[in-house]
Design a protein around this ligand. Sequence first.
Ligand code: HEM
Ligand SMILES: [Ca+2]
Length: 346
Amino acid sequence: ANINRRTTCATGQVTSNAACCALFPVVDFIQENLFDGGECGEEAHSALRLSFHDAIGFSIHGGKGGGADGSILQFADVETAFHANGGIDDITDRQTPVFQALSQTPAFKPLNISAGDFVHLAAAIGTANCPGAPRLKFMFGRPPPVAPAPDLTIPEPTDSVTSILARFADAGFSPSEAVALLASHTIAAADVVDTNIPGTPFDSTAGTFDSQVFLEVLLKGRLFPGPNNSSQPGEVLSPLAGEMRLQSDFLISQDPRTACFWQAMINNQQLMMAEFKAAMAKLQVLGQNTAKLIDCSDIVPVPQPFTQAIKYPASFSRQDVQVACPILPFPNLATVAGPAPTIPPV
Ligand code: HEM
Ligand SMILES: [Ca+2]
């Protein structure tokens, strides 16, 4: 099983399975038509969120949806109406014509790319556009989705930690895997939590897949980013102007079941990348018969590395950290010089 077979495609690229060769031009097509040639922008961020909202509609006990099957794209009319999918219609509307073009242009038509393959490949490519991200796996060959996922499978920022962890457990994820998946919020912004301030990021570096979010969620709150310091359901006080702190992220950072793994991610780029990659590999094949899928991970672009030490935002220090893990030493971090920043929308 560990035999390393390599195929050189007609295009010169190398992959472990010849069936993946035809996907290299698909990656280029998606980069050009969905991600503005390879950006870690809003489409990349929301492609990652879409893969979560698609896949999590699944239960290891049965009775929910088909998991990572692309139902959220194919049956967008149904699933985008769910409360937890607020704002998701932006990315399903952006992805649908690109997906349809793949199934209609003669060069790509024979590949029969399913909605599930498209959603989860787009997430892998979009994430790869963000420096510091791990190179996610891509498994090829999901059958078309058969039905929309039911409502109420996607965690909301107003939910308790117990209910969030219960939902993750029902889908097959441990509390640590849930924390690992929340590394995604390092490349994230909110459009609909507070509709007055679309594009409000969850950390000061929404264009970089660093561990800054795990630090900033722990910093003492000072304000709400909304107009006149106004707040919305699902937010708690944020440490930085222009930044939003989700109640769910904060409570997970403080809960005894998750606090130490949360803290362990801070300034540990390699741990964060490895844990996020492993949890995403599981997420992106939920409900799929992996024996029937081909490992085409070689087609996923290689992300730029992020190798710097992370820092406290200007004006913050160890004194501002709401430490919730009593057993691990808190990392020593420098502070950016200058006055407290205002984080611009993304
Ligand atoms: C406790 C579980 C989670 C909750 C409560 C949650 C909640 C949210 C909320 C409220 C937003 C902002 C939506 C908006 O206003 O536009 C958001 C954005 C986002 N979430 Fe999560 N999330 C969770 C887990 C995840 C996971 C597991 C992933 C991926 C693996 C993910 C990826 C993202 C991304 C990338 C965005 C940013 C989208 C963009 O910038 O367009 N989230 N999340
Ligand atoms: Ca970041």
